[in-house]
Design a protein around this ligand. Structure first.
Ligand code: ATP
Length: 299
């Protein structure tokens, strides 16, 4: 029997090696693909930015022009606005005005063709890409809840955060109510295999996740979903609180967000047509008045 088992082992071992070899080859190919992807990224300078670590950063767009491809229509036709460091700035405008494109350019998913974009006083192309992405936090409109526990969802992309960091982010995003309501607190599975979270809760989880990476500029595409009064209030409080320590640029879909914003940038057809506070714009800009009356239905 032992001889037979030994025979079997010699027979099977090479197959095992073959499988292992194939796996290694596959891993190697995947790594190669990633290197290719990295190589395709825009060239970045070696020098580090000089802005103070951790402090909120401002943004300027000056006469920025952009089109997604040579055969595409121009999307930004000389966009000019500035966002000082800290505080809440809201971007508003009709669908297709170019608001999401502002975010795409800030994240440097694309390079603008004309004009100047600065982040923290430095031309965006002069930022090492890794540093730029570490400086920005991005919260999408319908942020997905990942499979796993609430803790895993929060620590995604910030595995090294301490428990103190985690609880601070939970408190800052007013998720402590949710945590105490969940049967196993932070260890409760969420998402479609666990406790379902509402649209407002999902967005606050996404904000907490972004905050754990300590961004100096938070780009927030506000949820358009209907929120109940409590979630609406919580989201408003959270955005205001985050804006006390970080620069927040929000694509706003709620009247309560624009009325609380320190400044509002009104975009239309790839340009900025007005800037000001809610009160100023209601008095001065017809498009804004119309948007406030018709588009910000979620009030
Ligand atoms: P919405 O409120 O509907 O999201 P928006 O103001 O954010 O609109 P953008 O999403 O920036 O506007 O779109 C501006 C224009 O750019 C639109 O004509 C859109 O079709 C086009 N566009 C947006 N993203 C891309 C892309 N990845 N590739 C090609 N064209 C795009």
């Amino acid at each position: 029997l032992i001889a037979f088992l030994l025979y079997l082992f010699y027979l099977v071992a090479p197959i095992g090696q073959l499988v292992e070899g194939a796996v290694q080859l596959q891993n190697g190919l995947a790594a190669l693909k990633r290197i290719r992807e990295i190589e395709d990224l825009p060239a970045e300078p070696a020098s580090a930015p000089t802005v103070r670590e951790g402090a909120p950063v401002g943004v300027t767009f000056e006469d920025v022009t952009f089109q997604y491809g040579e055969d595409r229509e121009q999307v930004h036709h000389g966009v000019t606005f500035d966002v000082p460091p800290g505080g809440l700035t809201a971007l508003v405008g009709p669908s297709g005005a170019g608001k999401s494109t502002v975010f795409a350019l800030l994240e440097r998913f694309y390079d603008h063709q004309g004009g100047t974009i600065t982040v923290g006083g430095r031309e965006i192309r002069d930022w090492p890409l890794g540093d730029l992405r570490a400086t920005l936090g991005y919260v999408e409109q319908d942020a997905p809840v990942l499979a796993g526990t609430l803790r895993e969802n929060l620590l995604f992309a910030a595995e090294n955060a301490t428990d103190d960091d985690l609880w601070r982010a939970v408190r800052r995003t007013r998720l402590d109510d949710l945590v105490s309501r969940l049967p196993e607190g932070l260890e409760t599975p969420v998402g479609h295999r666990g406790v379902l979270l509402s649209g407002g809760e999902r967005q606050r989880v996404a904000i907490a996740r972004a905050l754990l990476r300590k961004p100096r500029l938070l780009l927030l595409d506000e949820a358009t979903s209907q929120l109940d009064a409590v979630n609406e209030l919580r989201l408003r409080e959270v955005i205001a609180e985050v804006a006390r320590e970080t620069t927040v640029l929000v694509i706003a879909h709620r009247l309560s967000t624009v009325t609380n914003a320190d400044r509002i940038v009104v975009m239309e057809a790839g340009t900025v047509r007005a800037m000001g506070t809610h009160e100023e714009l209601v008095g001065a800009d017809t498009l804004y008045r119309e948007l406030a009356a018709t588009q910000f239905l979620v009030s």
